[in-house]
Design a protein. Structure first.
Length: 410
């Protein structure tokens, strides 16, 4: 028997009962489409996490002041001021793996432009802040060293603040009032979006650190050289863990902490939290794909059921073929090819629906879906394997029929 003859016989048999063949493939179609869509949704979620990682900085370390204890109650990080600008300078000087260090002070205040006003976060920063956070200026310029030396009343708007104040897309040279102090807008920050913790990074304004201490935050500002935090950008994400340990040892020495004494500062590694989020996203993607794969198994059971019915209906045909010289392996090949053909046809149609479904999910569901070619290949391969696996038993049953008994069947 030629190699292509079982395929021709299989397609001829499927065309005889075209409606039944279509209904049989529905399980495979749904299964393949579901796998592709679920993997695409999971990949989209991972891409979103990667975007958050890029916005937050996988090579970024934050150092926060320590905690205070009142009547046995620990009040949390930042409740006692322990960090200074000199600490930041020491980190930059004594740890070669550090690229840039940006101390900052934080507060809140009301910003007014015309008839609009908005309560927002205020960050008093140095020019190094923009490099540390990899935060560019979309319009205008960044804060420069001369702004710090001249105690300049200049301000950079976050995207959310600019929208709520209705300053337009080119707000440079606009005059706003921040905690009743007039400031000249010199720039508009590039949009950062929401952080991994869910807070809006664009809901902020940046001003030079000296003017933040002396004029804007008032009594709430940290006196002297004290800061609210220190952002440390490492030269390579691979060194983040090492640099974190080095920062801890350096600050313990500078703060004269004895062995066994608790740190009076907190260190937060962005990479750890972000990697945890990425792992959760990958796990969810695998779970979604596994759930969708159940449809493939259900489709395979449907193929087995229909093939068993087909063997029963065509028992006399099988006996006739055997009587004319067909071998058992020829019968096995014919029915196995029919099962595989059903599954692969369903796989092709499922791929089409899966791609269209992923595109529709992105267009109407407002959720990123990234189609993975590997997922398409795997889904089709699994669909073919399911057809062969579940079609083997009916094919084997057909090949083992006794020709004489088969010819006697009505």
């Amino acid at each position: 028997m030629m190699v292509l003859e079982p395929a021709r016989d299989a397609l001829r048999a499927l065309r005889v009962n075209i409606l039944r063949s279509v209904l049989t493939t529905l399980g495979i179609i749904i299964g393949v489409a579901a796998v592709i869509v679920m993997v695409a949704v999971g990949a989209g979620a991972q891409a979103e996490v990667a975007e958050i990682i890029n916005s937050m900085g996988a090579d970024l370390i934050y150092v926060f002041p320590g905690t205070s204890t009142t009547r046995g109650l620990r009040l949390g990080a930042g409740t006692v001021s322990t960090l200074t600008e000199e600490d930041g300078q020491a980190i930059k000087t004594e740890i070669p793996e550090v690229q840039v260090v940006a101390p900052y002070i934080r507060g809140r205040g009301q910003i007014i432009f015309g008839n609009a006003n908005w309560n927002t976060s205020i960050l008093g920063v140095t020019p190094e802040f923009f490099e540390a956070r990899e935060w560019g200026v979309a319009d205008g310029r960044a804060i420069a060293p001369e702004d710090l030396r001249g105690n300049s009343k200049v301000l950079i708007l976050g995207n959310t603040v600019a929208q709520n104040l209705n300053v337009g897309s080119h707000p440079a040279e606009s005059i706003v009032r921040l905690n009743r102090v007039p400031f000249t807008v010199i720039g508009l920050l590039e949009p950062k979006g929401y952080s991994i913790g869910g807070w809006d990074q664009d809901d902020t304004v940046l001003i030079p650190m000296p003017i933040a201490r002396t004029r804007v935050l008032g009594e709430r500002a940290l006196s002297g050289q004290l800061v609210s935090g220190i952002a440390v950008k490492v030269k390579s994400p691979e060194w983040v863990g090492y640099v974190e340990k080095e920062i801890q040892e350096l600050l313990r020495q500078r703060h004269r902490l004895r062995p066994g004494e608790e740190n009076d500062f907190w260190i937060r590694n962005q990479a750890e939290a972000l990697e945890s989020r990425a792992k959760s996203s990958r796990t969810m993607s695998l779970l979604l794909a596994a759930v969708a794969s159940v449809s493939l198994i259900v489709g395979g059971i449907g193929i087995m059921n229909i093939m068993l019915v087909s063997v029963t209906e065509r028992t006399r045909e099988i006996g006739l073929r055997m009587a004319l010289g067909a071998r058992r392996r020829d019968i096995l090949a014919q029915f196995l090819t029919e099962a595989a053909a059903l599954s692969m046809i369903g796989g092709v149609i499922g791929i089409l629906f899966g791609v269209l479904g992923s595109m529709a999910f992105t267009a109407f569901g407002e959720w990123p879906a990234e189609i993975k070619p590997a997922a398409v290949v795997v889904a089709f391969s699994v669909s073919a394997a399911v057809g062969i696996f579940f079609g083997f038993y009916p094919a084997r049953k057909a090949s083992r029929l006794d020709p004489i008994e088969a010819l006697r069947r009505e």
